[in-house]
Design a protein around this ligand. Structure first.
Ligand code: HEM
Length: 133
């Protein structure tokens, strides 16, 4: 990722955090489960806690951008936990699509081509490292 892409991701993430996290999470999981109902059973019945998980996921992405090498072990451990959740390689693109869609809706007029590209590269970079494990 370029420095300007990292900055775009950080800036848009700060803006997104101004929205109620429950609303962002609801949008993300609704999109994910409507497009791919088969993923629903991987997640707990009660989704109340999931907004925190989504914020954790995004924070995990954003926090690692400046120093991906230093987080190799953590990313590998996270990837192994995901195998335990039943996550398969093909699911990464589904989650990536729902994530970018949610960011687009949440950011409204602050969403543009550069921001979209920056998030795509950000997600793909981490997802690829997780998929290597
Ligand atoms: C770059 C990609 C991803 C990142 C950074 C990420 C991050 C996280 C984080 C931080 C958690 C909290 C628990 C933990 O750390 O183990 C989590 C949980 C979880 N993630 Fe991901 N995730 C990613 C991709 C995916 C994908 C592709 C799926 C497939 C549907 C998925 C499904 C889950 C599930 C099922 C949980 C546990 C939910 C629960 O039991 O409460 N994740 N993820």
């Amino acid at each position: 990722m370029t420095t300007s892409q990292i900055n775009l991701v950080k800036k848009s993430w700060r803006l997104l955090r101004l929205l109620p996290p429950e609303l962002v999470a609801d949008t993300f999981y609704s999109k994910l489960f409507l497009d791919h109902p088969e993923l629903r059973r991987m997640f707990p019945k009660q989704m109340d806690e999931q907004y925190k998980k989504l914020v954790d996921m995004l924070s995990a992405l954003v926090a690692r951008l400046d120093n991906l090498e230093g987080f190799q072990q953590e990313i590998a451990d996270m990837a192994k936990r995901h195998i335990g959740y039943g996550v398969q390689l093909k699911h990464y693109a589904m989650v990536g699509d729902a994530l970018l869609w949610t960011l687009e809706k949440g950011l409204g007029s602050d969403w543009d081509k550069e921001t979209s590209e920056a998030w795509f590269v950000c997600y793909t970079t981490i997802a690829e490292r997780m998929m290597e494990v």
